[in-house]
Design a protein around this ligand. Structure first.
Ligand code: BYC
Ligand code: FE
Ligand code: FE
Length: 470
């Protein structure tokens, strides 16, 4: 059992006190993080008391504490899941060997790169969401936003710990650069595309937590399989926190669907914009946008990077150990989409080279579950269903880059694209309608008119609890 040092300057269960050099280095990074949070973290309600969950342990019974805290006093800590004794590598060329407690020299740069890419997304999302507290649809929602933000901050700590502990001077430099790149910055942007988009309103926030945090879930689950045990253990624990981020997205979009249906019924119309609601076709456009941008995060359909990571044992598949195959994938095949001569086709490749596509498939299946739930509400009301667009739609990475594919999966001409794009992706008018609904509602229990209240509160508290003391 690792012991938790909860009162340390940096709460941790990695025995920081036993490694003075590392402790000093991380304590020197801490004020830079705090300054970054002050400058680019939440821009309003910065010092209000928020009812937050704080990770304090990793055990099965009770890993979190709920209490009102001012966010700058949140205890960002370093927590790795318990070490599994005698853990062996589940896949790749080193399958069956003992998991690594240190970084093998030959995989050092690949591992560092994966950790940097993962780490970079965490503060990026906080930057993207920094102004949303001004327009929270309720105190319940504002609290959820802040919960997501502080935990993304902790996820940055998780990666920075690995960089400092295992990657020496290069790692320390990378840790500093995490706070120097900024979302949307022309000169020094975040690494992955979706993390440079804006999250300007709460509908975007719910879509982001539904679709983009879900990429996080799938990437973390693949990294949890890693032969590099400290990475595996840190991702394992991050996934616990991640579940709430998924919930915020799924329940948030669900509440919008519910409210839209109420308004449609009440006013006997599909056009609820005059009544302060969000039309289903606008919701569909937001889904099209956020799904396609998030699908890009999985990389190209075939990838030598991904094949190398897998063969090396540093990044596996979703639920690697539950799969019934050789866990090498060099002689197993699958089809991947291929754009060829203006048509959507397929080609057969080794599963090893198609790992990004396989993870994207798993992700898409998971995305569909929320739509199925929302569609049950819509079907009950006799309304049209919401759909995930075809994977080729509006893609910027992989075979569909620079092509035109309709949401229903037809290869189309540029003219057809231009004639329809306003019906498929949010327009400036759509965004300004959503913007017009963004009003901060800061009275306990009160909700903005464009979404339904949640079905229950957080941690058994009532919906009208003072989740943020204003
Ligand atoms: N934007 O070989 P390919 C989260 C680059 S989200 C820009 O297919 P690979 C969170 C790629 O780097 C989870 N560039 O790529 C969510 C490569 O460049 P080089 C984040 C892109 O390496 C919400 C080239 O294109 N974690 O936690 O197989 C809130 C060829 O591509 C993009 C991870 O991503 C893009 N979208 O796969 C908070 C896990 N896609 O080598 C947090 C770690 C590809 O030619 N990262 N490129 O220069 C990885 O596993 C891989 O880096 C990727 C890319 C899956 C992202
Ligand atoms: Fe995260
Ligand atoms: Fe997240």
């Amino acid at each position: 059992m690792s012991t938790v040092d909860i009162d340390a300057k940096i709460p941790n269960n990695v025995d920081l006190a036993g490694d003075r050099r590392l402790q000093r280095a991380l304590e020197a990074w801490q004020p830079k993080f705090v300054r970054w949070w002050e400058d680019l973290g939440p821009s309003a309600f910065k010092r209000n008391e928020v009812y937050l969950r704080t990770a304090i342990d990793v055990g099965r019974d009770g890993w979190a504490n709920f209490d009102h805290v001012e966010m700058p006093d949140y205890r960002w800590g370093i927590f790795l899941a318990e070490q599994e004794p005698d853990r062996t590598i589940a896949f790749g060329d080193h399958k069956g060997e003992a998991a690594w407690q240190e970084v093998p020299g030959e995989y050092r740069s690949d591992l560092q790169r994966l950790i940097v890419v993962q780490g970079d997304t965490e503060p990026a999302s906080v930057e993207q969401q920094r102004h949303l507290s001004l327009t929270a649809p309720s105190l319940y929602d504002m609290r959820n936003l802040f919960q997501v933000n502080v935990e993304e901050g902790r996820h940055l700590w998780a990666m920075v710990y690995l960089l400092h502990r295992y990657f020496g001077r290069d790692g320390r430099e990378e840790a500093d650069e995490m706070l120097e790149r900024h979302s949307g910055d022309d000169d020094n942007p975040r690494i992955l595309g979706a993390f440079n988009e804006e999250t300007p309103d709460w509908l975007s926030f719910f879509m982001f937590t539904y679709f983009t945090d879900r990429d996080g879930k799938y990437q973390l689950a693949s990294l949890r399989e890693s032969a590099f045990d400290p990475l595996s253990r840190t991702c394992d624990f991050m996934l616990k926190e991640e579940a709430h981020h998924m919930f915020v997205g799924a329940s948030g979009v669900g509440r919008v669907v519910q409210r839209t249906l109420e308004l449609m019924l009440e006013h006997d119309t599909d056009d609820v914009h005059p009544y302060g609601g969000i039309n289903l076709d606008l919701l569909q456009k937001y889904i099209n946008f956020h799904f396609s941008v998030s699908a890009d995060l999985f990389g190209a359909e075939t990838s030598t990077n991904a094949a190398n990571y897998y063969a090396a044992g540093i990044k596996g598949r979703f639920q690697e150990e539950k799969r019934d195959d050789d866990h090498q994938l060099k002689t197993a095949y699958r089809n991947v989409p291929l754009w060829e001569d203006g048509q959507i086709g397929e080609r057969e490749v080794t599963q090893l080279s198609a790992l990004n596509e396989t993870l994207r498939d798993d992700y898409i299946e998971d995305c569909q579950k929320g739509l199925d739930r929302w569609n049950r509400m819509l079907a009950d009301a006799g309304a049209n269903e919401l759909r995930l667009p075809h994977t080729g739609f509006h893609r910027d990475v992989g075979t569909f880059r620079d092509t035109h594919v309709s949401p229903d999966g037809r290869a189309i001409s540029e003219d057809e694209w231009n004639a329809n794009v306003d019906a498929w992706l949010p327009t400036a008018d759509d965004r300004s309608h959503v913007q017009s609904l963004q009003v901060g509602v800061n009275e306990p229990g009160k909700m903005a008119g464009w979404l339904a209240p949640p079905s229950r509160g957080i941690h058994q508290k009532p919906i009208d609890y003072d989740y943020v003391k204003v």
